[in-house]
Write a protein that binds this ligand. Structure first.
Ligand code: ATP
Length: 237
């Protein structure tokens, strides 16, 4: 059984139907990428899974549990956490305070939580250097690292990443993707959304191509990368 099964979900904003029956699966241990142009429904798919925009139709099952209509904070507790698009760090709080917030639903000991913070600092040494800096004064790439670190502080088994490369210098994008691979190697399954498909398909096992709220193609990432239609539409080649 897949770790996550999304089956025919339809999600609305008011009466605008943003998702028109999306189905996908993620197996434990995988990195799976959703690609697609502006407005295709990538973020909405992640927001449906994390409970921020529950679907009106269809079903979402995580580790055997139906989570379709559960509240977002319960979904975090069940093991899914999301690093949102556009970073959304708490600007006036320090790096450490932002990371602490990521753990606020956890009921385990302070020692476990602080051990995990050390691990995040190992993954992102730059966050360690800037531990006491206010998040709002950090660069876009650094805030992106912080957003991923904060999502990791919830100790997810499934991490949802929304456009980790958005608005970031290429050298930092590479760093962030190296870390995404490392996080996966350490045992976290990842569902990733990217407009910049090149990096994402480079690190993922499988991918889904979304257009106007529907899946139009799915394959192994290596095959998507060499598919002429995908290259033309999403890889800028
Ligand atoms: P992008 O890469 O531009 O973020 P996306 O593939 O993530 O695109 P979504 O953000 O999921 O696309 O948007 C899917 C559709 O839902 C779009 O038509 C968008 O205009 C619409 N939409 C998204 N958020 C809202 C909202 N808050 N209110 C109304 N419509 C929305």
């Amino acid at each position: 059984m897949p770790m996550l099964t999304v089956d025919g979900i339809e999600t609305y904003y008011g009466n605008i139907k943003a998702l028109k029956g999306i189905s996908l699966t993620v197996d434990e241990g995988e990195i799976v990428t959703l690609i697609g142009s502006n407005g295709a429904g990538k973020s909405t798919t992640l927001r449906s899974i994390s409970g921020l925009n529950p679907p009106r139709k269809g079903q979402i099952v995580f580790e055997g549990k139906d989570i379709t209509t559960r509240p977002a904070q319960e979904i975090v507790t069940l093991g899914i956490s999301q690093s949102p698009e556009g970073r959304h760090c708490f600007a006036r709080m320090t790096v450490r305070e932002n990371l602490d917030l990521g753990a606020y639903l956890r009921k385990d000991s302070k020692a476990d939580i602080s051990g995990d913070m050390d691990q995040i600092f190992d993954l992102f040494p730059r966050l360690k250097e800037r531990e006491k800096q206010k998040a709002g004064t950090m660069s876009g790439g650094e805030q992106q690292m912080l957003a991923i670190g904060r999502a990791m502080m919830a100790r997810p088994r499934l991490l949802l990443l929304d456009e980790p490369s958005m608005g970031i210098a290429p050298i930092l994008v590479e760093k962030i993707y190296e870390t995404v691979v490392e996080i996966n190697k350490q045992g976290t399954t990842i569902l990733l959304v990217e407009q910049n498909a090149n990096y994402a398909l480079g690190v993922s096992n499988r991918g889904y191509v979304l257009e106007t709220g529907a899946v139009v193609l799915t394959d192994e990432s290596s095959k998507l990368r060499t598919n002429p239609d995908v290259q033309k539409a999403y890889l800028g080649t």
